[in-house]
Design a binder for this molecule. Structure first.
Ligand code: A2P
Length: 407
């Protein structure tokens, strides 16, 4: 090699603080914990990042995909990145400063990484993306705000309908939007936007209207159970009809539904993870109601604490079994054993195995914790049905039939 530390250049991975929406997807995805954050910025630690790119495809905004060639010895530190309001320009490099460090060559993605980087189904419609951003948001009007959970339920989950009037804001089932809460944070800076999955089909919450619904849970505690009021969720849940909201997006180009007749949907969700499943189910229901060919099977596994805590429980019950097979899993129902979606998957093993053999697209959305349990259940179900799960899972990933979005 021969180049000194000062001469060695690296491609430093950076996150654009102006565009990042702090959705935590990159930090969750990074297989080696190179990404971290403070109150303001998400940053990449140059001492840990190996340039594997695992975090790049899942990022909804593209803010993750920034690189600067810098001398290894003076790479931007994490502390320095925390202070940024914008990315630095590429520095002029001394002529002859040479050599990209060999160890910076990106390794191949491993299987776990590629599972989270699954592309959109081949037949999915092409989504509109990033039409509005934090500098140029679109104004929507609240035309409905309804509580979905029962009045005595622990959680306040709401169905909030936003109307875009004459402005174009096209979304597909599975996409998300950003909501910018008004006001400033404790340090006096504007709040970051928060992402919410769209719960309506492509033709609007009300067909033919330029509107969409969100499924929003009022956050009143953090992961450790400490009392904390979520800024955006409380803002949204308290909005009266007629209020206006600043919106960005649409975001998300992979977690989309197939558009060809005959494709089956296997949907597994908890809590507000139901939003994209409701959008997909409602799209298929409308197709059927219009007499259009659908032909595919729908199977839904939906987990909540109890019946009164499950958003859309009533409407789901009204869907005929010939259209969708629904399995509810209640973890805190009085006098019943704790049941998770993975238990219900196991209980329906033969039907799940049968579905997995066909032209089936699988969607998982909700609590991160369920991912492991669901994967184990699918493996066991396949083993019992003489299906090679490792091979099938890899094939579903490569055919864009395996989609996971957890938080
Ligand atoms: P639990 O009663 O154990 O919290 P929440 O209401 O917090 O959004 O959660 C939705 C549902 O997901 C609840 O029934 C919750 O059960 C359940 N859940 C929690 N952890 C897991 C997990 N690891 N796998 C599957 N479901 C889970």
């Amino acid at each position: 090699m021969g180049a000194s530390e000062a001469e060695v250049l690296i491609r430093q991975h950076l996150i654009d603080p102006e565009v990042c929406i702090r959705c935590n997807t990159c930090e969750d995805t990074c297989p080696i914990d190179a990404i971290t954050h403070d109150d303001r910025n998400y940053v990449v630690d140059p001492a840990i990042c190996n340039g594997c790119n695992a975090c790049v495809p899942p990022c909804p905004t593209g803010s993750i995909d920034h690189w600067r060639t810098v001398p290894k010895a003076t790479a931007y530190s994490v502390v320095e990145q925390f202070t940024w309001d914008e990315l630095p320009q590429q520095q002029e490099l001394a002529v002859g400063a040479v050599v990209l460090a060999d160890e910076e060559t990106p390794p191949q993605h491993n299987a776990a990484v590629s599972a989270s980087s699954v592309k959109a189904p081949g037949s999915a419609l092409r989504p509109s993306l990033h039409l509005y951003d934090i500098k140029k948001p679109i104004t929507a009007t609240v035309v409905g705000n309804y509580r979905l959970t029962e009045s005595d339920a622990e959680s306040d989950i709401r169905h909030i309908v936003l109307d875009f009037g004459q402005q174009a804001f096209p979304v597909l089932e599975g996409q998300s939007i950003g909501v910018i809460p008004p006001g400033t944070d404790a340090s006096g800076k504007p709040h970051y936007l928060r992402m919410y999955s769209v719960a309506s089909p492509r033709d609007g919450e009300r067909p033919g209207y330029n509107n969409l619904a969100l499924t929003v849970k009022r956050v009143v505690s953090d992961h450790d159970g400490q009392a904390v009021l979520g800024v955006a969720s409380n803002y949204l849940c308290d909005l009266p009809k007629g209020a206006t909201v600043q919106v960005t997006g649409p975001f998300g180009e992979n977690f989309l539904m197939p558009n060809h007749p005959g494709s089956n949907l296997l949907m597994i969700c908890t809590g507000t993870g139901a939003a994209p499943m409701r959008a997909m189910t409602e799209y298929r229901r409308r197709l059927l109601a219009q007499g259009k060919p659908v032909d595919g099977k729908l199977m839904l596994f939906f987990g909540a604490r109890k019946q009164g805590e499950l958003p859309y429980f009533g409407p789901l019950l009204k869907l005929p079994a010939s259209f969708i097979e629904t399995h509810f899993a209640f973890s805190r129902a009085d006098g019943e054993p704790k049941t998770y979606v993975q238990d219900k998957l196991r209980a329906a093993a033969p039907a799940v195995a049968e579905l997995l053999k066909g032209d089936t697209y699988l969607y998982v959305c909700g609590l991160k914790g369920m991912e492991t349990g669901v994967m184990e259940a699918l493996r066991d179900i396949c083993r019992a049905a003489d299906i090679d799960w490792t091979e099938l899972h890899a094939r579903m990933v490569s055919e864009a039939r395996f989609h996971v979005e957890t938080y």
